[in-house]
Design a binder for this molecule. Sequence first.
Ligand SMILES: NC(=O)c1ccc[n+]([C@@H]2O[C@H](COP(=O)([O-])OP(=O)(O)OC[C@H]3O[C@@H](n4cnc5c(N)ncnc54)[C@H](OP(=O)(O)O)[C@@H]3O)[C@@H](O)[C@H]2O)c1
Length: 292
Amino acid sequence: MKKIMLFGGSGQLGHDIRNVFTGKEAFSIESLSSSDFNFNSSDNVEASLADKWPFDILINAMANSDIDRCDQDKDLAYRINHRAVEEMGDFCSKHNIPIYHFSTNDIFDGKNQSPYTETDQVNPISIYGASKLAGEQGLVEICEKHFIFRVSTYYGALAGAKNFILDTVGKAKNSAQTYAVSDQQICATHSLDIAKALLYFIENEVIEYGIYNCAAEGACSWFDLTSETFAIMGIDKTVEKKSYIEVPDNLERPVYSVLDMKKISKFYQMPTWQESLENYLRLLGLTKQIRN
Ligand SMILES: NC(=O)c1ccc[n+]([C@@H]2O[C@H](COP(=O)([O-])OP(=O)(O)OC[C@H]3O[C@@H](n4cnc5c(N)ncnc54)[C@H](OP(=O)(O)O)[C@@H]3O)[C@@H](O)[C@H]2O)c1
């Protein structure tokens, strides 16, 4: 049996990573949150990781993914998204074990007009994106056995977590009309689909280390995502199109966040964004009867 050490197990993605490994006889998983192991206060990460040794695989779903908080506290952003990742990579390298880490489309500036490949020019426009990029680059440098999965916008089933889909549905119930941004393009993905791709790589002992885009296939706008959610759920509401320029929250996000899935598809086929969404709503029991 292989032992997995999972950092960020209490987060949105961590929740689904724990789910996909539950009941797998070939693996045991120890999941850590900031209350078990806090990278802010740990000044000797190597010694703290050594306390957990031995383990066979390290998965890092830990991050400071709050874009506003990263802008306000650059040191914290780099501590968590850059240096902690390097420290984990250093430990894995010394112990010759693989590390599976998650990054983001926010390492790009969003000026592309076609899906970003793994080798496209990076140019983050936020502290969050810059700190995540530094983490990626450090890890590539330090640990040969690295997998970096770049993910884009996702939604999950973890109660209490920020969730565009459930927020939109909640708002729609309380108002006659709702709006959504139609001129920003994203790859909207259920986090369980990202966790399943990770599971595939680990179970099949893929050894082609490197950076992989990992998101649902296809591009959609927030308007497309909202309209498709309502269609699947059978909600009869008018959705008004807005430009991101009219919505302050969206101003600092890249306008184009679509990732190209050709590289990962040689190993694992990601679902389309519509399939990912329908399976998510089905899991939550939110699809209308006719499509069940
Ligand atoms: N959410 C998205 O749409 C999105 C998009 C692109 C990329 N990503 C990337 O996906 C990965 C997972 O993101 P997520 O949205 O699932 O994150 P999340 O829900 O915010 O969870 C973050 C996790 O990191 C842990 N953590 C934070 N600060 C820590 C510290 N100082 N010491 C130890 N643990 C700490 C948290 O523990 P506590 O629960 O104890 O605080 C939690 O388990 C990240 O690499 C993120 O950059 C996310």
